[in-house]
Design a protein around this ligand. Structure first.
Ligand code: ADP
Length: 393
């Protein structure tokens, strides 16, 4: 493969491992895929290598075996003996310490494990993925790219919770924000679509997927975002409640006889669109059920669009004006309905959606009318490419 710079990007979940192999000379994906059900019965590995898609059942007791299976397939097809230059890892929580991507050392790994206190559903798996990859590739640099890093310099008053200050300091209890690589990527792409410098723009980026967060980006920097200490806060999500009164937790624990683990599970895995609709966490199924007259699916759908709209309205104040609103992630990129509803009551800001452009077209595009004071864009996110770029940097 000559002098090409190969970067492997890994995103380890508790029972999954996603990978993307990038040629960073051209910023193209050579291979991608995902191992699922690691450590469980009926594990499988799906790979798309040079356009050829394959899914196979395999025994994958740990992430290590999953990574070895991925490597074996890469070596047999595209890699052969060509070395990988570096591995970039998605890490959800960088805690109070990491405001930038970092070369992984033993100390960094221990920090990632420590910050499991803020992201118990994500960081342990991220750390495990890094450890496996460091065993598989002991002689290349490994880089951790944090979901929280983009929000690291939000003003203090935007991060603090109204609890006793000493406790915030003692435990690092404050808002961190997530989806940082996505917000940074789509904000930068929006500036390109507008042919204006990012440093001169006030953008509200709306990452609406299984997880949802909204971000106020001022001159390329995150100044406010909807998620909190954990990815539970903010807008209602597929299975997460979003913001609720903390007293609800206390009441559920008492009257439903739930312990701390059970209430965490309820708020993270059984709430949100799924919990309200009783239909699904998948927005396509919610839309279908709502269109067929299911009232609870309608309620879930309405709460999502209402909540996103409220955040945009409040971020217009945070930013003292808005130049652009950007939609991304599964729902933001694909749901014509959500974009239409969210923008429908933003006319006071000067938002004018072009219904044709909203309905048709694919990929990066402007969906507002030429005379709209605020430009509305759709930008499919690319967190993997951002991680690969960070790894090269
Ligand atoms: P994740 O946060 O897991 O990366 P995604 O960004 O892929 O999730 O978003 C997944 C969500 O996007 C699901 O709720 C899915 O139903 C929704 N979605 C995907 N395609 C469409 C579509 N064409 N119309 C509406 N919703 C969609």
């Amino acid at each position: 493969m000559g002098d090409i710079v190969l970067v492997l990007v890994l995103n380890a979940g508790s029972s999954s491992l996603k990978f993307n192999l990038f040629d960073m000379n051209k910023e193209t994906v050579i291979a991608e895929g995902m191992a699922e059900r690691i450590g469980l019965a009926e594990a499988n590995l799906a790979c798309t290598i040079e356009g050829d898609k394959r899914k196979e059942a395999l025994a994958l007791p740990t992430h290590r075996e999953a990574l070895e299976a991925i490597l074996e397939r890469l070596r047999a097809t595209v890699l052969h003996d060509t070395p990988i230059h570096a591995v970039g890892h998605r890490v959800v929580h960088g805690g109070p310490k990491y405001g930038d991507s970092v070369l992984v050392t033993e100390e960094v790994l221990r920090d990632i494990e420590t910050f499991s206190m803020y992201a118990p559903l994500h960081n342990p798996a991220n750390a495990m993925g890094i450890r496996s990859a460091m065993e598989a590739f002991p002689n290349v640099p490994h880089v951790a790219v944090f979901d929280t890093a983009f929000h690291h310099n939000m003003p203090d008053y935007a991060r603090i919770y109204g609890i006793p200050y000493e406790l915030s300091q003692k435990y690092g209890i404050r808002r961190y924000g997530f989806h940082g690589t996505s917000h940074a990527y789509v904000a930068a792409r929006t500036a390109i679509l507008l042919c204006r410098p990012l440093r001169a723009l006030k953008i509200v980026t709306c990452h609406i997927g299984n997880g949802t967060s909204i971000c106020a980006v001022d001159g390329g920097k995150s100044v406010e975002t909807s998620m909190g200490m954990t990815p539970l806060q903010g807008v209602i999500m597929g299975t997460r409640s979003g913001s609720i009164d903390a007293s609800v937790v206390e009441m559920l624990m008492e009257y439903e006889h739930l312990d701390q683990k059970a209430v965490t599970e309820l708020l993270n895995k059984k709430s949100g669109l799924l919990g309200i609709s009783g239909v699904s966490s998948d927005f396509r199924e919610i839309e279908l059920a709502a269109d067929q007259g299911n009232d609870r699916a309608r309620l879930a759908r309405d709460l999502l669009t209402y909540s996103v709209r409220k955040f945009i309205g409040s971020y217009a104040t945070v930013l003292d004006g808005v130049d652009a609103i950007t939609f991304t992630a599964g729902i933001g990129t694909h749901s014509v309905y959500v974009r239409d509803k969210v923008c429908s009551k933003l006319s006071f800001l000067g938002v004018k959606l072009d219904p044709e452009a909203n309905q048709h077209g694919t990929g990066e595009r402007i969906i507002s009318t030429p005379d709209s004071r605020v430009v509305v864009t759709v930008v499919p996110t690319n967190e993997e490419l951002m991680i690969a770029r960070e790894t090269v940097r």
